[in-house]
Design a protein around this ligand. Sequence first.
Ligand SMILES: NC(=O)c1ccc[n+]([C@@H]2O[C@H](COP(=O)([O-])OP(=O)(O)OC[C@H]3O[C@@H](n4cnc5c(N)ncnc54)[C@H](OP(=O)(O)O)[C@@H]3O)[C@@H](O)[C@H]2O)c1
Length: 310
Amino acid sequence: MKVFIAGATGLLGKRVVKRLVEQGHKVVGLARSGENMQLLRSMGAEARVGGLFNRQQMIEVTEGCEAILHLATKIPAKLTASPAAWAENNRIRTEGADILTDAAIYHKAKLYLQQSILFIYGDQQGKVLDNHTPLPARQPSFLRSAIEMENIVNRKTGDWGLPGLILRFAAFYGPDSGQTQEMIRAVRRGKLPIVGKGDYYHNLIHLDDAASAVVFAVNRHEKLTGQTHNLSDFNPAPFAEVVEYLAAITRSKKPGRIPHWLARLLLGREVVGILTNSCQNRANTLDGWAPAYPSYREGYGQIVSLMEEP
Ligand SMILES: NC(=O)c1ccc[n+]([C@@H]2O[C@H](COP(=O)([O-])OP(=O)(O)OC[C@H]3O[C@@H](n4cnc5c(N)ncnc54)[C@H](OP(=O)(O)O)[C@@H]3O)[C@@H](O)[C@H]2O)c1
């Protein structure tokens, strides 16, 4: 299949490109710099240049593609980023999805795959998610665009026959993720405090597994369009357990704790809400797919051993 990817040069996108090319798919990646054109070509993909917010250009760069994957994001590096720092990510999710879904409809694509985020379940008080778990009506400011994005995909799937598929991912982690590296550095320095008891469930997915799920979905698209799936390693664990495990395998001292009120003062209410929201994604609805890293133990074990290699 000829697959167009917006976000082909990102942490998830690069892994997806590599796997699709290995499996014999033709991959077209959106490139926004000469360096990324080279990168995509070196991975065996075709690079096409265009602006995600330019409707005409997106129609042109997706020409001849049977699947369109929207994997682009621009998540601010700092947790405490101002609302303005989220503006590009919001635009990528909303305007980007609107434009790419139109391109998929225009070209009569067989699949439009949208990366979304499990955090939109908010705080379910530790409950296990199922197909009927409702999303909270109120969302933090930086997640409203994800809801709008999903609504765009679902509306066009219903009204215009878009072959839409939404994959809601748990928190990504991986050896090349700046966020993961920063977390491990903070644990090593004893600077990653656990908020409150740390008993809130943390849902994770290794970036390699997120990529394998996307490729699985591309290969099974005929059965999956019109659906939404939650993707994680299906072994969520209390946050304190994850951080204490990280401290143990990095031979760091036991992480400290800070009360909720102090965390809210330092990080803001919305960020602390995101960090301490609790839900458990235990059921694998993507029948036939399985993560290679079934829990944080295998995943962080791999990452720490890679970081410690001489
Ligand atoms: N589920 C999750 O937990 C989750 C989801 C998303 C991101 N993250 C994490 O957040 C951190 C920051 O990542 P990131 O969001 O910057 O992702 P990233 O993995 O660095 O990649 C983002 C991709 O989106 C593309 N992109 C960004 N802005 C674009 C725009 N305006 N138009 C078209 N394409 C655009 C980038 O292209 P260029 O290479 O041209 O910039 C790149 O291909 C990473 O650690 C990532 O893993 C986590």
